[in-house]
Design a protein around this ligand. Structure first.
Ligand code: AMP
Ligand code: MG
Length: 498
């Protein structure tokens, strides 16, 4: 297996775009660095030795101490809407892309998050803290384990260097990995500056590298937008189906590849609450769980607006109006695509095998309502639901309901529907286990791993990473990670501070 130094030879393709798109710079070395955790699965996907932690040269590279001479690190510029308001120029304020690793079927960018200030840092220090780095590392790998598109995380490194947040914390760096970190905000940036040549260059770059099928269409930009919309609708449907709340769905946190991107105050819901707000700073609940699909639509509207100049034949009013007319039906299609994706996913979770008949949908809808009203643990409920197929009288779920009458009514119609659908019990139970995770990154698990890691013991971070890589498997050695949250977890709050 080649070392990181041997694999990371190429600078990123993104550099071919030219100087309007990024600033070249070197990371600021993280003093006295040490390893916190590594994802052996991702290391192996990248063709690297999974024992990265024994590689001192890799530690130096991933903490910005040594940059291979063939690389040209950079921070990219982008803009965006934050909490519904145009925020103007943002950019990689603390993320520096080192270069890329090319595997047989994919090229992967390696980005150091927390590697020091860049021209886009504004008032920030360019650093990330251990706490938020652990959360990003664990959740990236957990989402991948769940089969949800996401940026990945190869490693966390840390330093005794202290940085100031609400309290003083240790600095850390997460090595993020993705085919591309390009965001909706990149397109908005050039559109808002009236830099249409750059906008076109960027879009052509993304289409050529990531949406080549759009080149076969007579309207490639429209087709490209449609593909992004479809991927985004599918992504948010997957989030909703596992009870994941992102927390900061600004347009600069929206991946053009439909990946989950920028893990901040995210959360997997324990007790299901449809209007759950996971970001303590989001007082209006703009990014509540319930609002996520609608926010995706709003963000896609911003992207559509940015791409309009490319879709119009020329810059006359008529040409623009025609482009708007063409893009409208694509935008309108979002709701149906999202709903269909979501309904099919939920149907599989219930063991209905993708059936979305009126009766199946009614049962799904009623379930969401009673889970919400009774504050039922989302992951626990779905994981254990299949046990009722053979023994509908089991009380393990009913015991959690306040409104047991509503529960009884629902379970009767549920079992009845399984019979109507002729669901074969053994096969149905097996299939339900493939789509209902036993393990998700619950807030209290992340918090326990953080507390232990801050005290110098990184074992739990690695154990969680290992466990969450196979969330659908029974893993007796990790049984405790499937337990319901302890009482203190009800009071955990996460903010944007990272
Ligand atoms: P986020 O909320 O993490 O998506 O960040 C929003 C913007 O603030 C991005 O442009 C980030 O690069 C920037 N940013 C966040 N934290 C820092 C920091 N500590 N130093 C510099 N820039 C930061
Ligand atoms: Mg961001």
């Amino acid at each position: 297996m080649p070392s990181l130094l041997e694999s990371l030879l190429d600078h990123s393709y993104f550099l071919s775009l030219g100087k309007d798109f990024y600033s070249s710079l070197q990371p600021t070395p993280l003093p006295q660095p040490s390893w916190v955790a590594v994802s052996p699965e991702l290391a192996s996907t990248l063709g690297l030795n999974s024992h990265l932690k024994t590689d001192d040269a890799a530690l130096n590279i991933l903490t910005g101490i040594e940059v291979p001479s063939s690389l040209a690190p950079f921070a990219a510029v982008y803009s965006g809407h934050q909490f519904g308001v145009w925020a103007g120029q943002l950019g990689d304020g603390r993320a520096i892309t080192l270069g890329q690793i090319n595997t047989q079927d994919q090229s992967w960018e390696l980005q150091l998050k927390g590697a020091g200030p860049t021209p886009y840092s504004r008032m920030g220090d360019g650093r990330a803290v251990l706490r938020s780095s652990i959360r990003e590392f664990l959740c990236s790998e957990a989402m991948h384990g769940l089969g949800i598109p996401t940026t990945r995380a190869l490693a966390i490194t840390q330093s005794p260097k202290q940085v100031i947040r609400e309290s003083i914390e240790n600095a850390a760096v997460v090595t993020r990995v993705a085919p591309s970190f390009i965001r909706f905000g990149h397109f908005e940036h050039f559109a808002s500056n009236g830099q249409h040549a750059q906008l076109q260059e960027l879009t052509d770059f993304v289409i050529t590298n990531f949406y080549p099928e759009s080149l076969q269409h007579d309207k490639p930009y429209l087709h490209f937008f449609e593909m992004v919309l479809k991927r985004s609708a599918k992504l948010v449907a997957q989030w909703q189906s596992v009870g994941f709340c992102h927390g900061v769905l600004n347009t600069d946190n929206m991946s053009i590849l439909g990946l989950t991107l920028d893990y901040g105050p995210f959360g997997f819901m324990d007790k299901f609450a449809f209007n759950h707000i996971c970001n303590h700073t989001d007082s209006q609940g703009r990014y509540s769980f319930a609002n996520q699909p609608q926010v995706f639509y709003w963000n896609l509207l911003c992207l559509a607006q940015a791409l309009l100049p490319l879709m119009a034949r020329d810059d006359s009013d008529e040409a623009m109006e025609q482009a708007v007319e063409e893009i409208k039906p694509v935008l309108t299609s979002f709701t149906n695509i999202y709903l269909q994706e979501y309904q099919v996913l939920m149907s599989y979770k219930l063991g209905f095998d993708g059936d979305t008949s009126e009766q199946s949908l009614k049962i799904i809808q009623e379930l969401i309502q009673i889970l919400d009203k009774n504050s039922i643990d989302y992951t626990y409920f779905f994981r254990n639901l299949s046990r009722l197929i053979k023994e509908p009288q089991l009380s393990l779920l009913k015991d959690h309901f306040i409104d047991t009458v509503a529960y009884d009514t629902w379970i009767t119609s549920y079992i009845n529907q399984l019979q109507i659908l002729k669901a074969e019990p053994e096969l149905t139970i097996y299939k339900m286990h493939q789509v209902n995770p036993k393990y998700v990154l619950r807030q209290h698990l992340a918090q326990m791993a953080i507390t232990q890691s801050q005290a110098g013991d990184h074992t739990m971070v690695e154990k969680l990473q290992q466990c969450l890589t196979h969330p659908f498997d029974e893993q007796p050695e990790f049984e405790e990670y499937a337990a319901l949250p302890p009482e203190w977890a009800n009071h955990l709050e996460v903010s944007c501070s990272s």
